[in-house]
Design a protein around this ligand. Structure first.
Ligand SMILES: NC(=O)c1ccc[n+]([C@@H]2O[C@H](COP(=O)([O-])OP(=O)(O)OC[C@H]3O[C@@H](n4cnc5c(N)ncnc54)[C@H](OP(=O)(O)O)[C@@H]3O)[C@@H](O)[C@H]2O)c1
Length: 268
């Protein structure tokens, strides 16, 4: 981890917090861990498609300090107006200046087609759909977030749930690696331009979620299958709450350089 420090992030004041992909896995764990720390009159907005699972996450986040809202939204097809409306609705008539910290966890993500050779990728529609969810609409949602909180931009904290695959090639994962790399570099550019905004590019390590099972079931690349099988059989996968806790610890410590790739396994 980089040694120079970004500004210290606090969640203990009145906070506005969005988590995408909050219906399961790492997103659910981040939501739960964040909810324990938020100050009075905070609001959390949980986004994903599955309403029932979002409701379960919301239940897990309930505390005296936090008003938890959830919105079933398909982030691969949502328009910028729908995104903006969801963010504004969660303000519930309050002013952005009421919030001491305004944080968004861009956690949503998918693996793409693991059943195609990298040398055979030519389905533009499928590529577009992948990039819509994993790159384009992350940028669009982030832009809506920046618009809403422009008057208090110095209070904005952007967390991109990245991956080692953003900086290191993994055989059989060309969709995923290229999408993660593009997304991370977008956030790096933002961090470069906006020194008063805090940007954390956090790579969560290998985590026991549905994503791992999807790789084992769908991957045609033998190397990829082997890597993930051994993660599972050797019991080396992290629990979602372990990496969620670490992500928040890094954020609160301020011991990271805004925009730099930061990993679960980095030294503190
Ligand atoms: N697991 C790992 O080992 C690992 C490692 C490195 C990085 N990551 C990253 O961590 C993040 C979370 O991964 P995870 O393992 O927790 O995955 P997961 O269990 O598959 O969760 C993905 C989340 O994204 C939501 N989602 C998927 N498609 C959506 C859509 N079209 N619209 C709205 N929401 C959608 C899902 O909810 P719905 O289905 O309800 O929409 C779900 O809440 C991802 O960015 C992933 O790349 C994971």
């Amino acid at each position: 981890m980089a040694s120079s420090s970004s500004s210290h992030v606090s969640l203990s004041g009145t906070t506005y917090c969005v988590v995408t992909g909050a219906s399961q896995g790492i997103g659910r764990a981040i939501s739960v861990e964040v909810s324990k720390l938020l100050g009075p009159k905070s609001v959390m907005l949980l986004l994903a498609r599955n309403k029932e699972e979002l409701a379960k996450t919301a239940d897990l986040c309930k505390s005296g300090n936090v008003h938890v809202l959830y919105n079933s939204i398909d982030l691969s097809t949502a328009t910028k107006d729908e995104m903006l409306a969801a963010l504004n609705q969660a303000l519930e008539g309050r002013k952005v200046t009421d919030f001491e910290t305004c944080v968004i966890f861009h956690n949503v993500g998918s693996l793409g087609n693991l059943a195609i050779e990298t040398t055979r990728m030519e389905n533009v529609e499928e590529l577009r759909q992948y990039y819509d969810l994993n790159v384009f609409n992350v940028i669009v949602l982030n832009t809506q977030f920046l618009k809403v909180f422009e008057p208090v931009e110095e209070r904005v904290v952007l967390v991109n749930i990245s991956s080692l695959c953003a900086i290191k090639p993994m055989s059989g994962m060309a969709y995923y690696c290229s999408g993660k790399a593009a997304k991370e570099l977008y956030f790096k550019v933002l961090a470069e331009e906006k020194k008063h905004i805090t940007v954390l590019n956090y790579s969560p390590g290998p985590v026991e979620t549905a994503m791992i099972d999807y790789v084992i079931a769908e991957a045609i690349n033998d190397n990829l299958k082997d890597v993930f099988h051994s993660f599972k059989s050797q019991g080396t996968l992290l629990k979602p709450e372990m990496t969620a806790k670490k992500c928040i610890k890094v954020l609160l410590s301020g011991k990271f350089t805004s925009g730099e790739h930061t990993d679960y396994f980095d030294d503190e």
